[in-house]
Design a protein around this ligand. Structure first.
Ligand SMILES: CC(C)(COP(=O)(O)OP(=O)(O)OC[C@H]1O[C@@H](n2cnc3c(N)ncnc32)[C@H](O)[C@@H]1OP(=O)(O)O)[C@@H](O)C(=O)NCCC(=O)NCCS
Length: 258
């Protein structure tokens, strides 16, 4: 039989429809996010735990960039996904209150909010070792830049609740090729879609790992051409396109295409 992840992987190789009409994924509860799901090869996929901070930071380095020091501190302080958890427990509408409070409080409150709107999923093996990790959060830098370029604040603020960036994804070399990276991405999408988000995107270096275009395409993402970007007019109501930095290439997926 295999796990749900194995079955989904097999299904993705068939030519038929990916899921029967009326099929809905099971709702994610905060408890499920903490306890996790069965992943490929007897792994568990769940929210990171405080004791895993160092292991996760080491793993995320494999994705190319040094993780910000705040990643480890917010894992230890259990701040990640706290706000998302409220949306999973109730309704995405509760996020609007969190956003309003952050705006009222000013200072670093929006940054704090984006940690609570962030997600750090890990894949652990049956010995409890972290063998995969995915970090996602609202694209704070991009939204700040848009505001500096004159996009009205109301629109950039609303995007904190609509757009999430896959900042880093990594699987330890000995565990690659078993579907763990795919499962982490799938669970990340499931959580953000349920929280009312519309767009999940990220960027990768096409010169690395033989290019990850195939990997992201297989997971249902669109890979933008090298000199292209992501048209976000539907989010901002203005002609806004996200262009990648340097040689990076963007990948993205809209909820309505899921
Ligand atoms: C990219 C990465 C996360 C993939 O994780 P993984 O667990 O090995 O991937 P999966 O086993 O879930 O692969 C799913 C599918 O994508 C394919 N795939 C995986 N890595 C690929 C790659 N580098 N290039 C092309 N296809 C790839 C697999 O063959 C598999 O295909 P299948 O469904 O037809 O069998 C992992 O290779 C990694 O950690 N790389 C280094 C860090 C990195 O570059 N991260 C991305 C930064 S944006």
């Amino acid at each position: 039989m295999g796990t749900i992840e194995d079955m989904a992987k097999r299904r993705s190789k068939t030519k038929g429809p990916r899921k029967p009409a009326g099929w809905l994924p099971q709702r994610v509860t905060p408890q499920r996010l903490r306890d996790g799901w069965v992943g490929p090869s007897k792994t568990t996929i769940r929210l990171v735990r405080p004791a895993e901070a160092d292991a996760v930071v080491d793993l995320l380095r494999l994705a190319g960039e040094e993780p910000e020091p705040t990643v480890a501190t917010s894992i230890r302080a259990e701040q990640i996904a706290t706000v998302l958890g409220r949306a999973l427990d109730q309704t995405p509408r509760v996020l609007v209150e969190d956003l309003k409070t952050a705006v009222r409080n000013g200072g670093g409150s929006l940054l704090e909010l984006s940690v609570g709107l962030g997600l750090l999923l890990v894949s652990v093996d049956d010995d409890g070792a972290v063998i995969g990790a995915l970090l996602a959060h609202p694209p704070v830098g991009f939204l700040t830049q848009l505001e500096e370029r004159g996009v009205p604040t109301g629109r950039t603020l609303a995007a904190y609740l609509a757009v999430a960036k896959v900042k880093a994804l990594a699987v330890t070399p000995s565990a690659r090729g078993k579907g763990i990276g795919a499962a982490l991405l799938r669970r990340c999408g499931q959580v953000y879609w349920q929280c009312g988000y519309h767009l999940l995107f990220g960027q990768f270096d096409p010169a690395k790992d033989g290019g990850l275009a195939d990997f992201y395409s297989k997971q249902g993402f669109t890979v933008a051409p090298k000199d292209g970007g992501i048209d976000m007019e539907v989010i901002f109501g203005l002609p806004v396109t996200l262009h990648t930095e340097g040689k990076e290439q963007a990948f993205y997926r809209w909820r309505h295409n899921t």
